[in-house]
Design a protein around this ligand. Sequence first.
Ligand code: GRF
Length: 220
Amino acid sequence: MGTKQKLRLAVLASGSGTNLQSIIDQSQQGLLDAEICLVISNNPGAGALTRAAQAGIKTLCINHREFDTREEFDRAVIAGVQKVGAELIVLAGFMRIISALFLQAFPQKIINIHPSLLPSFPGLHVQQKAIEYGAKFSGCTVHFVDSGVDTGPIIIQAVVPIFHDDSEETLAARILEQEHKIYPQAIQWIAEGRIKIVDRQVQIIDSGSTEGTLTNPSIP
Ligand code: GRF
């Protein structure tokens, strides 16, 4: 870690903000070469805003309902992010689609977490969709944001089993536990400058690879 300048993060969240909390916690424990300089929410009731305020982090509520177009809303968000000089934009349960304007303002500087093993199950209600499909594994994915929905280059994924008696809630909780581990890790790799994107493949310099395979159900 040393005395190197910390990577300045803006976290965008619409909901309860447990992923935000995991980043706050790791940063407070000195485990991240990154600091959250701003939390933005489009939802005035977002738990994420309360969590940020409790941690003494600057917050900005930009209610999308007060804007006529997505571009105008995005312009306000971009201005907020630029004002604090954020270098990486971390979407953590941000329920608005990012416009081309936003992407152009921060090329390869926006990351997202999604509760499935992409490219399976992009979009919404994906835990329920994975159960209904009968998939035996699901998980979560941290990826760079591009112009598609949940389609950008993948940084890290975690796998969890789906059990026959899972509900949307039990599976979501199992996945969320992993989200809280892989999102701070991805941010740390970016802060360390260890990420290289070639075409749509993300290489993490000097990282280990997982060995072995998993089956579910298990086999002898
Ligand atoms: C998470 O499941 C994340 O993968 C998805 O939205 C949810 C946000 O949860 N993008 P939280 O607000 O961080 O608790």
